[in-house]
Write a new protein. Sequence first.
Length: 182
Amino acid sequence: MMIINYKQNANINAGDNMKLALKFFALLVLGLLTVLIIYPFLHESGHSLAVLLLGGRVERFNILPVPYILCQMNEYNKIDFLIVGFSGMLLPYIISFFVQKSNFWLCYLKIALRFVCLISFVLGVVSAYLYKKGSVMRNDDVTTILQNSPEYLIFCFVLLILLSIVTIALFLKDISRLKKLV
């Protein structure tokens, strides 16, 4: 049998409700900002950085309304293409390791960023599976990699599954850390 102390809950006043509502709204805004602006910016920056490091040039960099980059690489091999393709997913993930975790808002940002990275890794696994079955996800990094380098299918599967597993473990660890900061 569960006993609930209603008197303790009755002490919440309108000011506390307003603070709770504002905090919820701020969390929602930060989460949406991460999904719509921060992750896409870091993702496309990852592709751009790889292209520049490999001697190419970025001709167009766009975040809104649809994130994409247009780049030119005069000479590239299949490994270069693999590096550029995966750099979009890996840069936001790598940056998530450098986000401070002692502050509630930064810890929440790290969790939101890692969650979007996890979704991108899982979608990459799905994309590789669909490619193997003869179907493709249009405008997808993994599909583009595999269309140019089909011999890397197993590598893509293994890398994305490992990244997904590690990210889930880190995500759960970060959530427990966030609970301590509340």
